[in-house]
Design a protein around this ligand. Sequence first.
Ligand SMILES: NC(=O)c1ccc[n+]([C@@H]2O[C@H](COP(=O)([O-])OP(=O)(O)OC[C@H]3O[C@@H](n4cnc5c(N)ncnc54)[C@H](OP(=O)(O)O)[C@@H]3O)[C@@H](O)[C@H]2O)c1
Length: 302
Amino acid sequence: MRVYITGADGSLGKAVTQELAADPRTAGWPVLGVSVSDFDIADEQAVAESIAGFRPDVVLHLAAISIVAACQTDVELGLRVNVAGVHQVAEACRAAGSRMVYISSDYVFDGIAAPEGDYRETDTPNPLSVYGLTKLAGEQIAERVPEHLVVRTSWLFGGAAENNDDVLATIRSAERGERQELIDDQYSRPTYTVDLARAIIHLIGLDEFPVGTVHVANRNSATRYELGAHALNAYDPKLHAEHPPTAVSFDDCTFVGGRPKVSALNTDRLAALGVTMPTWQDAVARHCAVLRSETESRRTTV
Ligand SMILES: NC(=O)c1ccc[n+]([C@@H]2O[C@H](COP(=O)([O-])OP(=O)(O)OC[C@H]3O[C@@H](n4cnc5c(N)ncnc54)[C@H](OP(=O)(O)O)[C@@H]3O)[C@@H](O)[C@H]2O)c1
């Protein structure tokens, strides 16, 4: 299978690229990853030529402005990348006869329609932010590709950048001795990029491509406080004891762009397609082990 990845330098893009290289089931699959340094995803001609040139069986469209506040403060940028960019990729997929996998978000929901969370694929979206609106528009554009798969996921961690990985941000902030306030009454399902990447690889490898929408998230829901405190303790219990995060309430916080208070995704369809996700606690343990070994090898090198 020929796999084309946009946003290959991003958090999820790196995980997908690594997992495709590591998985014996995907050995020999030609993979082309492109990033913003190759071309702007909203550049019609560049996108069309690149996808037509590679002739992918499947395009994993991961490029996006993934920071909620960034879309809210620069609406034009959010629309260009998250809407016009999806349009260019979808058009190129249609022209090349490629399948398209589009990554969407739990932030298409408002947290009101399903107050206990547990949003199903069939529930009605109602985004509260520009980011959520652009992701929903992207879903609708991707759906125009005959063989499309919309993967909604939530609260990714496992990236290389603090601004896009709550686990890493909490650890680094504690190491700097900063006081951290984390919300303890906003719920979703934290998801490890590595586990999401493995699920995507499973889905695209199925004999029958699962057209439609599927929710992919690690098992169990959590608050940002639970995630941060658990991760800090898993990474270094001493660091956690010295710099524990402080729990704050969602209603006491001001956000740039609205957020759903509860947006946990139901993953029954994913299970029916053969994927049982690990718990987020298990995923945090694996991510922290990687972070610890990276820190150790940096210390050894210095
Ligand atoms: N992060 C989350 O918690 C979360 C939750 C639910 C869904 N998602 C979705 O999951 C997908 C992957 O997210 P992620 O966390 O991997 O995001 P990410 O780390 O920010 O990666 C996105 C990539 O897209 C690239 N990009 C941005 N603007 C571009 C442009 N104009 N042209 C080409 N490439 C461009 C970025 O490059 P630069 O960084 O160099 O600009 C980056 O490499 C996104 O669709 C996101 O909306 C994320």
